[in-house]
Write a protein that binds this ligand. Structure first.
Ligand code: NAI
Ligand SMILES: O=C(O)C1=N[C@H](C(=O)O)C[C@H](O)C1
Length: 266
């Protein structure tokens, strides 16, 4: 694999820092610039102390994506900015690898159309951890046999979006095999609003936010006299990095947008 020139948006965030470490420690990706809210003109070396990272920080995404010669944008920011960066990247011929979650369905559909029109490979993956991708696939399989299911996602208390991108993606995969139906008692009522969680075609999603958590999900299926739980825990953000690296390599071979890492895993 020849060397891939990468821009990272959000380099000072929890995921951005982990991505810089990953890029620093391997040989197929080279950091050529960063997009940040602050520190215009500084280098990553000056900002974070990585000894040989001379990549310059831009505060204006449009300038960065139009001026810097780059193959891939890795975006790890916020829903609003991630969407803007992804759009700008596609318009400038830079392939986006997006970990940022919280995009609306309309935004995803607009980006899908734009990527196809421009022929620019794009990967948006709500979860880059290989174990999480397997947890979602196992859940889809289980839902064929256990159509009553509730998703419980648990995250750190700095997370902006709820439910998590992973929970929504899990529900989307389960929807492919589950007939919509209301779960629980047909006459059940909430005496406290929100008690039964968010609703996707009758299946429920519950979001927990607490300090000390990283990223965790349980998908609980109920049957006759039995339950089945499919569970994944990211206990360190390093868990996401093999997926980010794989996506940055595979996006070079794509000319459309794919949503979910499962599309590029062997
Ligand atoms: N797909 C995946 O596997 C994973 C996705 N995520 C998602 O990644 C995103 C980032 O997560 P964290 O690193 O935990 O958040 P964070 O809050 O630690 O980092 C976000 C960073 O984005 C920066 N930022 C905000 N606006 C910006 C702008 N206009 N330009 C450049 N940088 C900007 C902030 O300064 C901050 O440093 C979230 O959407 C989260 O849900 C998080 C973990 C795994
Ligand atoms: O914000 C996070 O931390 C995470 N966000 C992603 C999501 O919304 O699913 C992926 C992972 O769960 C961590």
């Amino acid at each position: 694999m020849s060397n891939i020139k990468v821009i990272v948006a959000g380099p000072r965030g929890k995921m951005g820092k982990e991505a810089l470490k990953m890029i620093h420690n391997q040989s197929t990706l080279t950091l050529v610039a960063c997009i940040d809210r602050k520190h215009e003109g500084m280098t990553v070396k000056e900002l974070d102390g990585f000894p040989d990272m001379e990549a310059v920080i831009y505060t204006d995404a449009a300038t960065c994506l139009s001026e810097v010669e780059a193959d891939v944008l890795i975006d790890l920011t916020t829903p609003e900015n991630g969407y803007k960066h992804t759009k700008l990247a596609i318009e400038n011929g830079v392939r986006p690898v997006v970990g940022t979650t919280g995009f609306s369905e309309d935004e995803l559909s607009e980006l899908t159309t734009l990527a196809s029109e421009r022929g620019i490979g794009t990967i948006i993956a709500p979860n880059f951890a290989i174990g999480a991708v397997l947890m979602m696939q196992f859940s889809k399989w289980a839902a064929k046999h256990f159509p009553d299911v509730e998703i419980i996602e648990k995250h750190h208390d700095q997370k902006l979006d709820a439910p998590s991108g992973t929970a929504l993606k899990t529900a989307e995969l389960i929807k492919e095999v589950r007939h919509p139906h209301k779960q629980g008692h047909e006459s059940e009522t909430e005496t406290l609003e929100g008690a039964r969680g968010a609703d996707v075609d009758g299946m429920k999603i519950h979001s927990m936010r607490l300090p000390g958590l990283v990223a965790h999900q349980e998908v609980i299926f109920g049957g006759h006299g039995e339950t089945l739980t499919v569970k994944h825990d990211s206990i360190h953000r390093e868990s996401f990095m093999s997926g980010v690296k794989l996506a940055a390599e595979r996006v070079m071979e794509l000319d459309v947008l794919v949503y979910g890492l499962e599309h590029i895993l062997d």
